[in-house]
Design a binder for this molecule. Structure first.
Ligand SMILES: [Zn+2]
Length: 674
């Protein structure tokens, strides 16, 4: 008996740790690693254990915490008039019926509303009557931790679905709704990011959250957020009688409201849940569940719920959609660092077509590495369960019919034929031949990319062509291309004379780049743009790096053991030195750019720029702050040293005055750095 309890306590402690980790990722970092469903399942198990073992429960158990604590400082904090509580989840239809019966036992007259619940983020809008007799939007606030949110009014104003003025005869109105991003806008964003070589978003929810918290409303506007209202938090008696009735009044006034069904019985509620579930494929956003609410708002407080839950509501969570797929092929790709990635290509054996999942066609999924492949028994002809994690990334979830043979990675690189190496500490398999064409192409394309040498016009496709035609073997060869000008024009690889000369001109111009770009472009493992910038602060010439010891690299702030080794190895490999030498001879600038206007006059200061300045743009002012040794910050806090304010400075100026932080004008600022 006792050992049982010890075992359960061990499981419980692990669970608390795991859930807290995922809570932090979700609430504070907007970067969940697991799907909401997986998260909910962990939470369910935690509650089960707590119910059976009340003595385990600590005050800070995840079951007692509403959400994450709102850690971001990017905006002004707002205490909600009405707390924005969570809704208790149920996972079976029996639980829904049970809940409806419980409600009816207390109030036989209770009606219900069944509504779409989506994977977005909540926002509250406060309106008040102005001189024209209409309701005007005063404030928009995010959910935050449920009690305190963030002021995002400036961004709410650029969302078309958010009504700025409502022609309704009330004095005050507080609406709560869901802000979301359609799959289409999400994919458009990621495509653009990919093209620009920037980080893509993991799912629409994260992107919507990040977009709503942007400091620049123009960015918010450009990304196309949407919103619908699902609750009246506060308002006149007329709107508080029937929830569905109130939604209809709002809808008539032009407010986008949630898809809702008025129900009287448990049967009607279940039918509405099925109907909403069947919309999944047609919706332009991720369905998260169905919310069931008591329609008569006055009755809602009568139903006891945990203190952190909204009373009179439950949320039914649909099980994740799953399909069985048949594996057709295992594709190998050799990346820039030589790492092999495996992708499964498959079809739905029932339809003979790609699998339909959450409204999209899926025919590929990552197979990670050989360990994963072995564990999942992946091979051609095998059948596997497929689902979408977080409804975005397709994942295999168990083998249902084993293949004749489990796939085994080749011993030789499929591109260059060199023997492959399996790394000891990871399951990664790499081609370590530095002249492997797969790596050469990717490395060169990275070298020319926007973050690195920024050679406009020399993108992936052209690099591919130039490698295949034998013009490029390493990035240093880019600077010899001009010797083949006539040949290139004749073959038309780049284009005719005009385009060829244009690109050759771009290549020549890139020689003058700050060596930070060159160092970034060398594609040394663990050395991205910001690390490259940090390194070049400590050297006058990029070629000096060839003389630095490993310990020398370790002296640079933010450079750890691994990066120091990677740097040392790179700058001591003969082939790399030869390539660097060729680039230096070709006239590439190796001298660090030391800014002559730079100073440390603002050293140790954190300065916030707000409002419209007479002559400087906000970016410009922030650059000047950094250049003079200060730190530019987007939000006012106790740590702020100064606020540089111009015309129409809003909430940040108010906050600065509240905290007693010194506010200066542009003239005063320019005087400081003179
Ligand atoms: Zn290779």
């Amino acid at each position: 008996m006792e050992t049982d309890k010890t075992e359960i306590k061990k499981e419980y402690d692990e669970l608390v740790k795991t859930i807290k980790h995922h809570m932090d990722l979700y609430y504070n970092q907007d970067e969940p690693e697991i799907s909401d469903y997986e998260y909910d399942m962990l939470m369910q198990r935690l509650k089960e254990i707590e119910k059976a073992n009340p003595d385990f429960v600590m005050p800070d158990s995840p079951s007692k915490i509403v959400g994450g604590t709102a850690k971001r400082e990017a905006g002004v904090k707002i205490t909600h008039n009405v707390p924005m509580l969570s809704i208790e989840d149920v996972f079976t239809k029996e639980a829904v019926t049970e809940w409806v019966d419980k409600v009816h036992a207390l109030h036989p007259e209770a009606d219900f509303s069944a509504e779409i619940k989506i994977d977005g983020l909540s926002m509250t809008l406060r309106y008040s009557k102005k001189d024209d007799g209409k309701l005007h939007l005063d404030l928009a606030e995010t959910r935050g931790d449920g009690l305190i949110g963030e002021d995002v009014t400036a961004n709410a104003l650029v969302i078309p679905d958010v009504k700025k003025v409502l022609d309704l005869p009330y004095d005050y109105l507080e609406l709560r709704g869901e802000v979301y991003m359609s799959h289409e806008d999400f994919e458009k964003f990621n495509e653009q990011q990919e093209k620009a070589g920037k980080k893509t978003a993991a799912n629409p929810r994260n992107l919507a959250a990040g977009t709503l918290r942007q400091l620049d409303p123009e960015i918010t506007r450009s990304r196309g957020l949407k919103m619908f209202i699902f609750n009246i938090q506060d308002g006149p008696a007329e709107l508080m009688e029937s929830h569905c009735g109130a939604l209809d009044i709002l809808s008539d006034a032009g407010v986008p409201v949630v898809v809702h069904r008025f129900c009287k019985t448990a049967e009607e509620v279940l039918a509405a849940i099925d109907e909403i579930g069947s919309m999944r494929d047609e919706l332009s956003f991720d369905l998260d569940g169905a919310v069931i609410k008591v329609d008569q708002v006055s009755l809602r407080d009568d139903f006891p719920a945990g203190s952190k839950y909204s009373s009179g509501h439950i949320a039914y969570k649909y099980p994740p959609e799953e399909r069985i797929i048949e594996m057709d092929d295992i594709l190998i790709d050799v990346g820039r660092t030589g790492k092999l990635t495996f992708t499964g290509s498959f079809h739905d054996p029932e339809t003979g077509k790609p699998a339909r999942l959450c409204g999209t066609s899926v025919s590929r999924a990552t197979l990670h590495n050989q360990d994963y492949i072995n564990e999942m028994k992946i091979g051609i002809g095998g059948h596997y369960k497929l689902f979408k994690s977080g409804e975005i990334i397709p994942k295999l979830n168990g083998c249902v019919k084993e293949p004749a043979v489990v796939y085994k990675a080749p011993d030789f690189c499929p591109v260059c034929g060199s023997p492959l190496i399996r790394e000891e500490d990871t399951a990664d398999i790499r081609c370590i031949n530095p002249t492997c064409p797969a790596q050469v192409t990717r490395t060169i394309a990275y070298f020319t990319s926007r973050d690195a040498m920024n050679i406009i016009g020399l993108g992936d496709t052209l690099v591919d062509a130039l490698v295949n035609e034998g013009y490029l073997h390493s990035y240093a060869d880019i600077y010899s291309l001009k010797e083949y000008r006539a040949e290139l024009i004749e073959k038309g690889i780049i284009g005719k004379e005009k385009n060829t000369d244009k690109l050759l001109g771009e290549i020549e111009n890139s020689k003058n780049n700050d060596p930070v770009r060159l160092l970034t472009g060398l594609a040394i493992r663990n050395v991205g743009k910001s690390t490259a910038r940090e390194i070049m602060k400590h050297f006058d010439d990029l070629m000096d790096l060839t003389k630095v010891t490993k310990d020398g690299f370790l002296q640079i702030p933010d450079i750890g053991e691994t990066t120091a080794s990677d740097l040392y190895e790179f700058f001591h490999e003969e082939q790399n030195l030869e390539i660097l030498g060729r680039m230096k001879d070709a006239g590439l600038n190796m001298k660090a750019v030391k800014d002559e206007d730079a100073s440390d006059k603002l050293s140790g200061m954190t300065i916030v720029v707000t409002g419209t300045l007479p002559s400087l743009g906000r970016k410009e002012a922030e650059e000047l702050i950094v250049k003079n040794g200060g730190k530019a910050s987007g939000s006012v806090s106790k740590k702020t040293s100064l606020v540089l304010a111009g015309e129409a400075a809003g909430s940040k100026l108010t906050k600065a005055n509240e905290l007693g932080i010194k506010v200066i004008s542009e003239a005063e600022f320019l005087e400081m750095i003179k």
